[in-house]
Design a protein around this ligand. Structure first.
Ligand code: HEC
Length: 102
């Protein structure tokens, strides 16, 4: 019985381990960023009114990951800061996710 529980726990760990980071970023983006930045990263009406730029625009694309992380952490203009609300790893995951949005 004990062994079975162990195997199940290990199975769940392994199953969760690989796609977890991407899923995490997608879920976080949906819950924390999408209201302003939109599902496709172009920015919702409200987000654009606040000055959010399309994540696909050349101005955003040319920024380094470090700059994007910094803006997410410290906020900028109407963009709220997420320092203390998200871990560095979560923020890095989100930036990678944003860059991959189509
Ligand atoms: C309340 C609305 C709002 C939410 C929620 C929000 N943002 Fe923003 N974000 C903005 C605005 C507005 C800007 C533009 C700031 C400026 O340039 O003045 C911005 C800019 C950015 C930028 C810089 C891109 C650029 O235009 O140079 C990044 C990166 C970013 N947001 C990431 C995120 C991430 C990641 C989340 C979720 C964790 C998030 N934002 C949530 C409003 C928001």
């Amino acid at each position: 019985m004990k062994a079975m529980i162990c195997t199940m726990a290990l199975g769940m760990l392994l199953a969760g381990a690989i796609p977890a980071a991407a899923d995490d970023a997608a879920a976080l983006y949906k819950s924390k960023c999408q209201v302003c930045h939109g599902a496709d990263g172009k920015g919702t009406g409200a987000g654009q009114k606040m000055g959010a730029r399309d994540f696909h625009s050349p101005e955003v694309a040319k920024q380094s990951d470090a700059e994007m992380v910094k803006i997410t952490k410290e906020g900028k203009g109407k963009m709220p800061k997420f320092e203390g609300k998200l871990t560095d790893d979560q923020i890095k995951g989100l930036i990678t996710y944003i860059r991959g949005l189509k």
